[in-house]
Design a protein around this ligand. Structure first.
Ligand code: ZN
Length: 292
């Protein structure tokens, strides 16, 4: 089944909700980056959040970046999404291995540790919007919940989950983002809070093969859930040789000249999708020529 996001509202638009299944895109990310199980879970959670948060943006060309810089062994995670739910991402240390947490789960919190989460929204204005928080737990869903509460002042409940197979491929991935609108009744807010507290974990819902629609029905069924639409989401990288060329130029004329002198063609990898781009000595000469 292809990945998708469901957009919905409930309680006469006092609640807005998103739920996603992202198994395919997280498995794709795992396969191209060769991530360990705990790195797959960390990246998968942030990719899942990115796909939903990207699709919340209004402008056709709006770009969202979620960046975690952290002291844990994974060192950092970067995810970029557009408003059409195309998402891409990578972790700094894909090979990080850790023992399971006390609950027997992949210990994403420990892999991430403490640090900073930045939410960068490029909406075509002069300056992008940047919201930053200190990580609360490194579990990602909790950190994003805190981000919404403090930076955007929107009471939000976020759940993100990645389940692995025994052979370390992705069995399930998905999550939800549920937000209270500012005009919501206190009664609705309280009722929703206690409903969300009832949920053991998103992974148990995913493990029961619940679709995004079923998950939203489970959480918001008693609030008069209205499903609005379904948006396909996928891992997509828009890199190209021209874009990578700019990165080559940025290493500096002196270094490029040295590579030409050594008759060394170079290979540059895209961080996001691991695609290789080769630049021959001839091409390096042209780049050097252009950057004069
Ligand atoms: Zn790429």
């Amino acid at each position: 089944m292809a990945d998708y996001i469901v957009r919905a509202s409930a309680a006469n638009h006092q609640i807005r909700a998103y739920a996603a299944t992202t198994k395919e895109l997280v498995e794709y990310a795992r396969s191209i980056h060769g991530t360990s199980p705990v790195a797959t879970a960390a990246l998968g959670r942030l990719l899942t959040a990115g796909s939903m948060m990207g699709s919340m943006m209004k402008g056709d060309n709006d770009i969202l970046t979620l960046q975690i810089n952290c002291s844990g062994p994974i060192e950092g995670i970067t995810v970029t999404a557009d408003s059409h739910a195309n998402v891409k991402g990578y972790v700094n240390k894909p090979e990080v291995m850790l023992p399971a947490s006390e609950k027997g789960k992949l210990d994403v919190g420990k892999a991430v540790g403490s640090g900073v989460l930045s939410v960068i929204k490029d909406m075509g204005l002069k300056e992008p919007y940047v919201g930053q928080i200190n990580l609360v737990s490194g579990e990602i869903a909790e950190d994003l919940t805190y981000y919404y509460a403090t930076s955007e002042q929107v009471p939000t409940s976020i759940a993100l989950g990645v389940l692995m197979n025994k052979n370390n491929t992705v069995r399930q991935a998905g999550g939800f983002i549920i937000q209270m609108m500012p005009f919501a009744d206190e009664e609705v807010v309280n009722k929703l809070e206690s409903k969300i507290n009832e949920i053991n974990s998103i992974t148990s819902l995913l493990d029961a093969d619940m679709t995004p629609e079923m998950i939203l029905e489970y959480v918001l069924g008693e609030f008069g859930l209205e499903i609005m639409d379904q948006i396909p989401t996928k891992f997509y990288c828009n890199c190209s040789k021209e874009r990578v060329e700019k990165a080559v130029i940025s290493i500096g004329k002196k270094d490029i000249a040295e590579m030409i002198e050594d008759q060394e063609p170079i290979e540059v990898n895209c961080h996001f999708c691991s695609k290789h781009y080769c630049f021959s000595v001839e091409e390096l000469k042209k780049i050097l020529e252009m950057s004069r």
